[in-house]
Design a protein around this ligand. Structure first.
Ligand code: NOJ
Ligand code: CA
Length: 711
């Protein structure tokens, strides 16, 4: 049984100012290694923070505050108490990029009084070596326990107008966009439309970006703004006003309220992750450290692993359909063939989409889908036969709940749906919330009137939490597509395994080469979206050209589709993009007999250690990870459209040990345009401290397995 072990060595080393009632105008704390300094100022009765890295100001004076219909924490403020302490403790993950995490930070508590309010607010700051988190804590109000947050005033006033990587908020495809790169001051929907994709009307909501939002200064320091522990609140976007100052903009309810509060309020942590360079950003553990410990008593049933899917034949090759008809994919016999393949290669799971009822109606993407049944198998899918066969073959079905974002329909079936999973040995469910359109999620309010909500407001934050908690009750883990962004919740609920929440491989499946992901996309997401959590990117496509039919009925290859990748890069993505449940997304026929498949079979999904060896945003990244169950290391290295050579040092290997390396690489002069499906497999030996030059072809990658052979 995997147990969480908390080694707590919390040292309170400093208290000062306690008991003082005299206003304090200034506070300052330093991160444990001294590299970050936070200063708080009370200027004309308003509160501002400033952040320094290595002596340089990286966040200029930025305002803090909160406005509700019951009070305002804005003007007339005074700091009446401050308390500083340092904490150091280690804790272990159930699964993850690394087993042991160190939570080492300096905490500052400021007690804030307002001349207009009869209560005191606590501002809590935690300064780590890899960044800052802070939140507002408001006690339950005596006469008014229910109130509405109307605005949060938190600013992030970056000191430099630097290049930044961002996706628009308040847009119709949730987080499924390619990233724009522009100066902070240039952020706007027009800029996005010029640089990336035309953002069609209706352009409702403010000019804002999603988080994690990443920027890199001219001195190389990389900064990413995000949030941690988004609970009972609305998600934070960052409003852009043509300057380098971004302001928190909470996604509202349909009535304009930002957050409905009932009782005590602790906002999510507002976070600023800081690294000396982009690679350091990727190694940050700040988001997880700011979440609550594991709330699940028993986690034995939560298993990392790999899965295949009866999926690409719908979304990628276009030879099958989710719904009924001659091309319906999820027919019992066909599913059993996938089970045979999955079992032969010891995959843990098989995702089956189109197994249930509801696909025949117009479910996507205009808001229908009210007929989805989540424990009603399609008549051509013999649930009992499939699950018995899977059991016999030692593989589990990965369930699929496409909700069409019909929340009322899904919630009315939640318990029965997850009970069905538990009865049938389903331990992982992929959920989905396809519902294109901006503010398009149906909610019937207390007066029976239909309202339409945003995907990222409090209504959906609470829905996703309800699903997660119900899944845990039935010992089911989740892989959420079209999710709310992760803010580190996997620490508290380790059954929150993976999410999509970005443009994934699927866009290479159904979009033509003009509109699919570009080779640099996977070199941007490690520094943006992936800072928040694992991703179900679904790597591992081997058939990269001439793979898609016109339609299930018209089996002519459509020449306008091509995956902008190479097989070696697809392999490298298993290391670069972390997911505890990782998919081998292509059809079995494309794996069978291909020697490169061995890497997918070997690569673990649970790691003891992770080292980001190098990386520049939008250009390249190299990550090394150590298997939790053996002495083996795996390296993934990928590049954008440009070929390049990168020298790495194997100084992470054990002393006095020899490692046999199996290297999967693109052929010289190959790459995403030339010869993307050829993989050269070569062997070498390495010991600690050896150097190795990774030659990357344009749009390509390299995957390396290092198995310890001698000590
Ligand atoms: C979108 C998801 O991202 C994809 O994986 C899934 O196949 C479709 N929705 C249908 O549920
Ligand atoms: Ca999707």
């Amino acid at each position: 049984m995997i147990k969480r072990i908390f080694i707590l060595s919390s040292i309170i080393f400093c208290f000062f100012g306690c008991g003082t009632q005299k206003p304090i105008n200034f506070a300052e704390i330093t991160s444990p290694d001294g590299s970050l300094v936070l200063k708080i100022n009370n200027e004309r009765s308003q509160l501002f923070y400033t952040l320094f890295k290595n002596g340089n100001q990286i966040i200029d004076s930025s305002k803090m505050g909160l406005i509700s219909d019951a009070f305002a924490i804005d003007e007339g403020l005074s700091i009446i108490k401050k308390k500083e302490r340092r904490k150091h403790h280690t804790w272990k993950q159930v699964w993850g990029e690394q087993k042991t995490l160190i939570d080492h930070h300096t905490e500052l508590e400021l007690l804030i009084a307002s001349e207009f309010n009869d209560f005191q607010t606590l501002l809590r700051f935690r300064l780590f070596d890899d960044g800052l988190g802070f939140r507002y804590e408001i006690p339950e109000l005596k006469d008014n326990s229910q109130y509405r947050i109307m605005d949060e005033l938190t600013e992030f006033n970056l000191s430099e107008d630097s290049p930044s990587w961002w996706i628009p908020a308040y847009a119709y495809r949730r987080y499924e966009f390619l990233y724009a790169k522009s100066l902070i001051s240039e952020i706007s929907r027009d800029t996005y439309s010029t640089l990336v994709e035309n953002l069609n009307p209706p352009r409702i909501g403010p000019e804002a970006v999603q988080t994690p939002f990443t920027t890199q200064r001219s001195d190389g320091i990389a900064i990413s703004i995000h949030e941690a522990n988004l609970t009972n609140y609305s998600s934070m976007t960052l409003k852009a006003d043509g300057t380098k100052n971004l302001e928190c903009d909470l996604v509202p309810w349909s009535d304009g309220t930002k957050v409905y509060v009932d009782g005590e309020l602790k906002t999510p942590w507002r976070t600023i992750i800081v690294g000396d360079n982009p690679a350091k950003l990727v190694e940050s553990t700040l988001t997880l450290n700011l979440n609550e410990p594991n709330a699940l008593k028993d986690t034995d049933w939560i298993k990392p692993g790999k899965y295949i899917g009866l999926w690409w034949e719908m979304i990628g090759t276009n030879e099958s359909s989710w719904g009924s008809g001659p091309h319906h994919g999820a027919k019992t016999d066909r599913v059993k063939k996938y089970i045979d393949f999955g079992s032969k290669y010891e995959f843990d799971g098989l995702l089956v989409e189109g197994w249930n009822t509801g696909w025949d109606e117009n479910w996507c993407c205009t808001g229908d889908g009210e007929t989805f049944g989540f424990y009603n198998p399609h008549p051509e899918y013999d649930s009992e036969e499939v699950h018995d066969y899977a059991k016999e073959k030692g593989i589990r079905i990965v369930g699929h709940h496409e909700t069409g974002t019909q929340i009322a329909n899904y919630e009315s079936q939640l318990d029965s749906a997850f009970a069905y999973c538990q009865r049938n040995g389903i331990r992982v469910v992929k959920t989905g919330y396809v519902n294109d359109g901006s503010q398009n999620i149906k909610r019937i309010d207390e007066n029976g009137i239909l309202q339409r909500e945003w995907h990222h407001g409090q209504f959906m934050v609470e829905h996703f939490r309800k699903v997660l908690e119900t899944a845990a009750k039935y010992e089911v883990s989740l892989v959420v597509h079209e999710p709310i962004k992760d803010t580190g919740l996997r620490r508290t609920f380790p059954n929150m395994m993976s999410r999509e929440g970005a443009k994934g491989q699927e866009f290479n499946g159904f979009m033509s080469s003009k509109d699919n992901n570009k080779p640099n996309h996977t070199t941007i997401i490690p520094f943006t979206r992936l800072l928040s959590s694992p991703m179900d990117y679904t790597p591992g496509i081997f058939n990269l050209v001439d793979y898609r039919y016109n339609s299930p009925e018209d089996r002519k290859i459509n020449p306008n589709h091509r995956i902008p990748s190479t097989i070696s890069k697809e392999l490298a993505l298993y290391v670069v993009i972390y997911a505890p449940v990782q998919m081998a997304a292509d059809l079995p026929i494309n794996y069978e007999g291909n020697p490169a498949f061995q890497f997918i079979l070997d690569v673990p999904t649970d790691w003891e250690e992770t080292k980001v060896l190098n990386g520049e945003i939008g250009e390249f990244i190299t990550i090394a990870r150590k298997d939790i169950n053996s002495d083996s290391w795996y390296i993934g290295s990928i590049t954008n459209e440009d070929g390049r050579s990168i020298e790495i040092e194997m100084n992470f290997l054990n002393d006095n040990a020899t490692y046999k390396a199996t290297i999967y690489k693109d052929p010289t002069n190959g790459g995403w345009i030339n010869n993307p499906e050829q993989v050269d497999i070569i062997n070498k030996t390495f010991t600690k401290g050896d150097t190795y030059t990774i030659d990357l072809e344009p749009g390509g990658g390299q995957a390396i397995q290092l198995v310890r052979v001698k000590s």
